[in-house]
Design a protein. Structure first.
Length: 647
C-alpha cells in the first residue's frame, strides 16, 4: 500500500463508478482528478484506458493545472464499452532536477547532486529500450563532460529528449492506481445527434377519413426526408383490441369505424410481434423500414408494455396481470383518467422471469426486422432492474440499438433511468418557456454531472402534450420553440401536425381536440401557412454546423431584456461558432443590447467580425456590444454564424 500519494475526485464518474458515463464515437472523454502526495516530490500521472474486452491499457498524459488539479483526455472511437482509471507515481528524476536547478541558480556546490543524478540514470539503463538506453548514455556522457560546470550540467540534465527517455525508462515503484475503474459506453452518433418526426401511418392517406396502410404511408417518407429528419418514429403498429375500444376524443363508446388507440395492443390477429391488419403485413412493415433507410432515415418503434383485453397474453398468461378480488383483471387508470382498453402488466407476478424473457423476445423480434431505435412508453412505471437487464441484454448482441425514455416524471426517476442504460430521455423542455427557467434547465443538462449520462431529446410537442405557449402564440410560437429545441439540444423532435401549426386543445387541458390517438386524420401537408421550408432550413443548418451537434457547449449571453434568450454554441477550436438569439415573446417585437465575450467567438478584444444569419441570409458587422431587434411576425430568432474575423 502506498502511503504517500492520494488520488481523489476522479471525473467523469456516475455514482462513483456504479454506472457508466456516455459518449458517442469520436467524442473525447475529459478526465480530471485531484492528485497529491506528502513532501515536496513531484508527480507523474496518466489516464489508463482500454476497451473492456482488451487486456492491455493505453495511456494518455494528465497535465498539472493548479492546486493539485490534473486534467487530460482520450477519445473513444468504437461502439463498445471502454474502461479508464488514473495512475500516479513519484517523479524521482523531475524532483531531483528541480532541486538541482535551484542549486545551480544559487551558485552552490553541485558535486554531490551530480553524482546523485548520474546514479539515477545509471540505474535505469538496464530496463530501458535500446533507443532510450542510447539517450541515457549520451546524457550521462554530457553530464560527466560538464565537469562540475553548473549551467552546462543543467543543460544536459534538462535536455528534452532525455526527459522523454527517463519518463519511459524509470520504473513506477510507488505507483497508485485509482479504484474503482470507471466505464464509458460509446455509442453511434445518432445516440447524441438526431431529428425525430413522429407520425401515425394510418393518418398519411390522401382521402379524407380513409385509413392508410404502411404501403400507402410510404409516399410521405421522401417529404419527411426533405424536411431534414433522420428518425421516423411510429406509435405501436400492432393489432388493436376491440374490447372497450375508445372512440373519438377518448369517448368510452366507439363508433363502428373508429380505429381505436394504437396503445391498446393485442387482438385475435396477434400481440406485440404482429402488425395491425389495417396497416398491412409484416412484409409491408419491412418494406417501410427499407424505404426509410434508402432515404437516409431510421424507423423508431414505440415499445409499450401493456395489453388490450384481447391480447393473446391475457388468455395464455393471466398471471402476468393485476387482478381484483373478484378475479377480473384491472385496467389502467391515472385518476381521473381511465383506460378501460388497456391492461397494465404485473411485474410482481411469480412468473416474472418468463415475463422478462418474453419482453426481451419482443424487442429482439423487431430488431431482426430492422428496428434499431425504440421509444419506450412510460418506463418509470416498470422496475428499474428490469430496464437495466433488458437494455444490457439487447445491446450485448446489438450495440447499435438506441432506447429513448418517455418518462415525464420526477427528476430523480428520470435520472435513474438514464443511468441504468437509456440512450436518450424526454425532458421538461415542453414546459420551460421563460428565459431564466430555460437557462437554468440547460445549464443543469449541459454543465453538471447530468451531462455525463443524461442525453436530452427536446420534443416540441407529443400526441399527449400541446403546450399553452403553442395554443396562445400560434405560428410565431411554433417557429420560436422549434429554434430553441433544434439549437439547444443535439436531439429534438416534433409530432406531425407541428409543421401545420395545429394547436386546438380540449378546453382547459394540454390534450389535442380530435386527437389522432383515437381517429384518422387526413391533412394537406402543404396548406398555406405551413412551416415546411422553415423546418427544412433549421434541420439543414444543424447538419452543416458541428457546433449544433453537441450538448455541453452552450454558453448563455447577457442581455437586459427578459424576453430575449441568447447563447453561443461553438466547436472546441472555435472553427464553427454560432450565436443564437431568440425572442421568447410570440406576440410583440423585442429589442435589446447583447454582449458577446470576444474569446467565446474567437476574436481579440475590440475586434469586429461578420456574422451570417443562417435563417434569412443577412450579414451583420458585430463586436462586443450589439443591438438586436426581433419581430416574431417576421422571424422570431437569429441563428448567426461567425464568418469573417478581424474586420
Amino acid at each position: 500500500m502506498n502511503e504517500h500519494i492520494l488520488i481523489e475526485n476522479v471525473t467523469p464518474s456516475v455514482n462513483n463508478g456504479r454506472y457508466p458515463v456516455k459518449r458517442v464515437v469520436g467524442e473525447p472523454v475529459e478526465v480530471t482528478a485531484d492528485i497529491f502526495r506528502d513532501g515536496h516530490q513531484l508527480l507523474h500521472a496518466v489516464i489508463q484506458w482500454r476497451r473492456r474486452r482488451d487486456r492491455t491499457w493505453k495511456e494518455a498524459p494528465l497535465e498539472l493545472l493548479v492546486n493539485d488539479a490534473w486534467r487530460g483526455s482520450f477519445t473513444v472511437t468504437e461502439v463498445t464499452t471502454y474502461e479508464f482509471t488514473v495512475q500516479a507515481w513519484s517523479d524521482v528524476y523531475g524532483s531531483w532536477l528541480e532541486d538541482f536547478e535551484k542549486r545551480v541558480a544559487a551558485r552552490m556546490d553541485i558535486t554531490s547532486e551530480l553524482i546523485e543524478g548520474e546514479h539515477l540514470l545509471e540505474g535505469w539503463l538496464k530496463g530501458a529500450s535500446a533507443r532510450d538506453r542510447a539517450q541515457l548514455e549520451r546524457s550521462l556522457a554530457a553530464l560527466r563532460a560538464a565537469d562540475g560546470d553548473g549551467p552546462a550540467a543543467l543543460k544536459a540534465a534538462a535536455h528534452p529528449p532525455l526527459l522523454a527517455a527517463v519518463r519511459r525508462a524509470a520504473p513506477r515503484t510507488d505507483a497508485v492506481t485509482h479504484a474503482p475503474v470507471q466505464a464509458v459506453v460509446c455509442e453511434r452518433q445518432r445516440a447524441l445527434f438526431s431529428a425525430w418526426y413522429e407520425m401515425f401511418p394510418r393518418s398519411q392517406g390522401r382521402e379524407p377519413g380513409q385509413a392508410a396502410t404502411l404501403r400507402d404511408a410510404e409516399w410521405r417518407l421522401p417529404e419527411i426526408a426533405d424536411l431534414g429528419f433522420d428518425v421516423v418514429y411510429l406509435p405501436p403498429v400492432h393489432p388493436i383490441g376491440t374490447s372497450h375500444r375508445k372512440g373519438r376524443n377518448n369517448a368510452l363508446t366507439a363508433a363502428p369505424d373508429d380505429p381505436g388507440s394504437p396503445w391498446a395492443i393485442g387482438s385475435p390477429a396477434g400481440g406485440h410481434m404482429a402488425v395491425e391488419p389495417a396497416l398491412g403485413t409484416l412484409a409491408d412493415f419491412d418494406h417501410f423500414v427499407d424505404t426509410a433507410r434508402n432515404l437516409g432515415m431510421e424507423v423508431a418503434l414505440d415499445f409499450a408494455i401493456q395489453a388490450s383485453p384481447d391480447h393473446p397474453w391475457v388468455k395464455e398468461h393471466p398471471e402476468w396481470f393485476h387482478h381484483r378480488p373478484d378475479g377480473t383483471i384491472k385496467y389502467a387508470e391515472n385518476p381521473p383518467k381511465k383506460y378501460q382498453d388497456i391492461y397494465p402488466l404485473n411485474f410482481d407476478t411469480p412468473n416474472a422471469k418468463a415475463l422478462w424473457e418474453e419482453l426481451r423476445r419482443v424487442v429482439l423480434f423487431w430488431v431482426e426486422h430492422g428496428v434499431r431505435i425504440f421509444r419506450v412508453d412510460n418506463p418509470h412505471t416498470k422496475p428499474f432492474a428490469f430496464w437495466e437487464w433488458l437494455i444490457a441484454s439487447v445491446q450485448s448482441g446489438h450495440r447499435d440499438v438506441i432506447f429513448l425514455s418517455e418518462a415525464f416524471t420526477r427528476p430523480k426517476k428520470m435520472k435513474a433511468l438514464a443511468k441504468l442504460g437509456f440512450t436518450q430521455s424526454y425532458t421538461y423542455f415542453t414546459w420551460r418557456n421563460g428565459k431564466q427557467e430555460l437557462r437554468e434547465y440547460l445549464e443543469e443538462l449541459s454543465a453538471t454531472e447530468m451531462a455525463e449520462y443524461f442525453r436530452p431529446n427536446f420534443f416540441t410537442n407529443t400526441p399527449d402534450i400541446l403546450s399553452d405557449i403553442l395554443v396562445r402564440g400560434g405560428r410565431p410560437a411554433f417557429k420560436m420553440r422549434l429554434v430553441l429545441a433544434a439549437t439547444l439540444s443535439p436531439s429534438y423532435g416534433i409530432y406531425s401536425g407541428y409543421e401545420l401549426c395545429e394547436n386546438v386543445p380540449v378546453a382547459g387541458t394540454e390534450e389535442y381536440l380530435d386527437s389522432e390517438k383515437y381517429q384518422i386524420k387526413t391533412r394537406d401537408w402543404h396548406q398555406q401557412g405551413n412551416l415546411n421550408e422553415f423546418i427544412a432550413r433549421v434541420n439543414a443548418l444543424r447538419r452543416e454546423n458541428p457546433a449544433l451537434q453537441s450538448l455541453r457547449n452552450v454558453r448563455f449571453l447577457e442581455c437586459p431584456n427578459g424576453q430575449v434568450l441568447a447563447y453561443v454554441k461553438a466547436t472546441a477550436g472555435l472553427e464553427n461558432a454560432l450565436i443564437v438569439v431568440v425572442n421568447l415573446d410570440p406576440f410583440h417585437p423585442q429589442e435589446t443590447l447583447l454582449w458577446v465575450p470576444p474569446e467565446w467567438v474567437g476574436v481579440s478584444p475590440g475586434e469586429r467580425y461578420e456574422v451570417h444569419d443562417l435563417l434569412t441570409g443577412a450579414l451583420y458587422n458585430w463586436g462586443a456590444e450589439n443591438f438586436v431587434r426581433l419581430d416574431p411576425l417576421v422571424e422570431p430568432a437569429h441563428i448567426l454564424r461567425i464568418e469573417r474575423r478581424g474586420l
